[in-house]
Design a protein around this ligand. Structure first.
Ligand code: H53
Length: 796
């Protein structure tokens, strides 16, 4: 108690000092924003001490460092995360109370750093958290996008995008490093001079570093997220300015900034834009230079590089890092091509996150050659070397007029990994079959995970408290300890506490929805949640079709004994993905009709919450009873939302896809609602030319639901609005919504039945929590450290 009292007054002083001297405000006149900034700075100060100590230790020990190169880091809010990781919740509350401020209101004032689209970016953020918690010396490298993922709102049920402007307000977490700048180039020519090949780019740009400390659990270690911003080499043309052409005078700067302006809103799909390729080269090249500079500051034998450096390519987006490093070692530092390739190969590893053919990056070789002429030659030499070693190979990094980033990454990498057991297995059998046969030891599996600090401890304080009361606090960085909850699950009093936590979380979500969207949710009903990017393979349309069929059935018999449900959706569609946007509109139209239907609304409500982001996920997941993980088998590489739900005590209705397979194995098949075809059945089914019509003919409920799309039930003012969705499902249905419908319906009725027994349901949900410990990203990162990087923790 005395210790707390002392530190709390110290912290109060620190807060007041920042309010006064950093923000220049008197407490009397300070706004929420000022308090939030002052609090962020006070917390950041605490982080910096740990950060400096960790950096010092990293230099002293000179162990292997890990570099995680990713186009996306979907980190979300940082203030709450920092407070929780530093274990300062009580101290902060007390200090704010003292000034009459409410902690929750201040935390909610922080914008979400949305530097990512979905799973891949969020995984990168969880990895940063785990790397710091474990004490593995590491650095994340990415782009400091001025505009993160667009904001989504609905107008007449349709998605409307507006720019996200998280950097318009000062961002208290970053440190600008004007001294860390690299000049990079594009275009130009390759010249041959004194027996050397040199690239003379035509367009130059600078990359400037911005660092954010990433603090691990209890502040034992802190790593760095380094994001690059585009800057002009020659920012301002005074000549043009003096001549009166003010716009042209600033053009260089504007062009350079464009490179780090926007995050491409494509998910599992390639934008294919020149600017995108430039972004990829920009951040990869800057990161490689930074890595080499740091290595050089401590070593003089470049051959030591693979012993000191492990680079992880998060998908193929940073794949150009390989050829760029080769170019520097060979062209600029004079190593033989073979030696340079060996060194690069010793450092680089590649994570594949998708088998969707449209998502595997391929660049037109003319575009590629125009921007990166020397790299194109280097890629040819990589192919030649590979061919020499494996004359029977048919695949290459450059073929058919394209540069294939998947093949390139595979050939260059020391290890290639998939993100769930099923996905890794399919990688070996499909897209990388030939390369896997040539390099049978290269592919390894590292099933994804999520950080328990954000995705349980901080987002679900009620459950976190119950767990800590029961088994102590050790689970927060050793999640498998959750299995110690299992013996309590038969204890009535404990299960009641568990149920109360869920019901409180549902109440909290319901009041948020009532306040922000004016919709009153029935908290007695099952909260059935599907939140993720909108994509046909994720099959939000299967979910809404089942909801339509269910609604029709309730209408037929409004006095039936139905299990009440609230269906909650959230997710963004890429701007140009019209079909996905139409599904959003359909869900909104269904919601409008169904929620107004007096005969059914006690049993079924539908809501699509706009602007899905990390913060909204943190509200929704703790309140969910049912988690929808219903992708077409073989299409979802892993999923990580599925893990977050199970960890927070939701039951899953899902296909055997991605990490669902491993979740089901661990939580037990009796605690998971399985349906749908398996990955190989999916492939077989597609061979049947009229698979969808057969399914429709066999299931009158499905036929009736599709008819409701055709006859304008949900869009009376525009009856043809959803005909194309019904037609697509009837005549094409690549993702097999119709073929899986009947089994999904069956599983949903089992869900209904199970929910009618609250005690049994709570036990199943609690078993999901107790058995989800393996899905911690700490376990995943330990796997990477051991199987891929050969890196060690520097924590004593
Ligand atoms: O990566 C997640 C997986 C998920 C997969 C996702 C992903 C993206 O978010 C973006 C591009 C891409 O190729 C893959 O869809 O299944 O869980 C992290 O591995």
């Amino acid at each position: 108690m005395p210790r707390k009292a002392r530190t709390s007054s110290e912290f109060r002083d620190a807060l007041l000092k920042h309010l006064t001297y950093t923000m220049g405000k008197d407490p009397e006149h300070a706004q929420f924003f000022d308090w939030r900034m002052a609090l962020s700075h006070a917390i950041r100060d605490r982080m910096v001490d740990h950060w400096v100590a960790s950096t010092r230790k990293t230099y002293e020990q000179d162990g292997k460092r890990v570099y995680y190169l990713s186009m996306e880091f979907l980190i979300g809010r940082l203030l709450e995360d920092g407070i929780f990781n530093l274990d300062m919740v009580e101290e902060v509350k007390e200090a704010l109370d003292h000034f009459g401020m409410d902690m929750r209101t201040i935390l909610n004032d922080e914008p979400d750093a949305a530097l990512g689209n979905g799973g891949l970016g969020r995984l990168a953020a969880c990895f940063l958290d785990s790397l710091s918690t474990i004490g593995c010396p590491a650095m994340g490298y990415g782009i400091r996008y001025e505009n993160g993922l667009f904001k989504q709102s609905f107008v007449d049920g349709r998605q409307v995008e507006s720019p996200e402007t998280w950097l318009q307000e000062p961002h208290p977490w970053e440190f600008e490093r004007p001294e860390v700048r690299f000049t990079l180039g594009f275009g130009g020519d390759v010249i041959y001079e004194n027996g050397k090949t040199l690239w003379r780019p035509a367009e130059l740009i600078q990359a400037e570093a911005f660092d954010t400390p990433i603090i691990g659990w209890q502040g034992k270690w802190a790593n760095t997220l380094r994001l690059w911003a585009g800057r002009a080499v020659d920012p301002f043309d005074l000549g043009l300015f003096n001549a009166g052409d003010f716009a042209a005078a600033a053009e260089h700067e504007a062009l350079a900034r464009t490179i780090s302006r926007v995050l491409y809103p494509e998910d599992s799909n390639e934008a294919g834009k020149e600017l995108r390729l430039k972004q990829e080269f920009f951040f990869s090249a800057a990161s490689i230079r930074d890595i080499l500079r740091r290595f050089d500051s401590q070593h003089d034998d470049i051959r030591m590089l693979p012993k000191k450096v492990a680079i992880q390519l998060n998908d193929t987006h940073p794949a150009i890092a390989g050829p760029e490093m080769l170019r520097i070692l060979h062209d600029e530092r004079g190593l033989s091509f073979e030696d340079a390739l060996e060194i690069v190969h010793g450092c680089m590893n590649y994570t594949n996150h998708t088998l969707l053919p449209e998502a595997l990056e391929r660049w037109d070789e003319r575009l590629f050659g125009r921007l990166l002429p020397r790299h194109l030659q280097i890629i040819d030499r990589i192919d030649d070397a590979h061919y020499k070693a494996h004359p029977h190979r048919t695949l290459s990094a450059r073929s058919d007029g394209q540069v294939k980033m998947g093949e390139l990454s595979f050939i260059v990498a020391n290890r290639v990994n998939g993100v769930s057991a099923l996905h890794t297995d399919l990688m070996k059998k499909t897209v990388f079959r030939e390369l896997h046969e040539l390099h049978p030891d290269r592919i390894v599996n590292e099933t994804n995970g999520v950080t328990p600090r954000r995705w349980l401890h901080s987002c679900n304080p009620g459950l976190s408290r119950l767990i800590t009361d029961t088994i102590g606090e050790g689970w927060v960085d050793d999640l498998e300890q959750l299995e110690r909850l299992e013996p309590l699950i038969g204890d009535k009093a404990w299960i009641e506490r568990f149920e109360t936590v869920k019901s409180d979380n549902k109440q909290a979500l319901a009041s948020y929805v009532a306040q922000t969207h004016g919709v009153k949710l029935n908290t007695e009903a099952m909260f059935d949640v599907q939140i993720k990017r909108m994509h046909e393979y994720k099959r939000q349309h299967l979910n809404i079709l089942e909801a339509i069929a269910h609604w029709q059935e309730i209408k037929d018999n409004p006095n039936g004994d139905w299990t009440p449900r609230v269906k909650i959706f959230a997710g963004k569609a890429a701007q140009g993905y019209h079909f996905a946007k139409d599904i959003i509109r359909l869900i909104n139209d269904v919601a409008k009709l169904v929620n107004a239907d007096a005969a059914t609304r006690d049993y079924l409500q539908v809501i699509f919450l706009p602007n899905y982001n990390v913060t909204l996920a943190e509200r929704l997941i703790p309140a969910a009873d049912l988690s929808e993980q219903i992708s077409t088998a073989g299409k979802e590489a892993s999923g990580t939302g599925n893990m977050k739900f199970a960890l927070n005590g939701a039951l899953t209705v899902g296909t055997l896809d991605g990490a669902n397979v491993e979740i089901r194995e661990r939580v037990g098949p009796e605690n998971f609602f399985l349906f749908g075809m398996l990955a190989d059945e999916v492939m077989q089914r597609r061979m049947i030319h009229d698979h969808a019509q057969q399914a429709i003919n066999a299931d009158p409920r499905l036929a009736r639901a599709l008819n409701a799309l055709r006859d304008g039930t949900f869009s009376p003012e525009d009856p043809g609005r959803y005909t194309h969705i019904a037609d697509n499902l009837t005549w094409s249905d690549y993702f097999l919504v119709c073929s899986d419908f009947s089994d999904y319906w069956r599983a949903q009725r089992e869900v209904d039945e199970a929910y009618r027994n609250p005690e049994k349901w709570a036990e199943m949900a609690a078993l999901n929590v107790a058995r989800s410990g393996w899905f911690s990203s700490d376990r995943t990162i330990r796997g990477y450290m051991c199987d891929i990087w050969g890196a060690e923790s520097l924590l004593a």
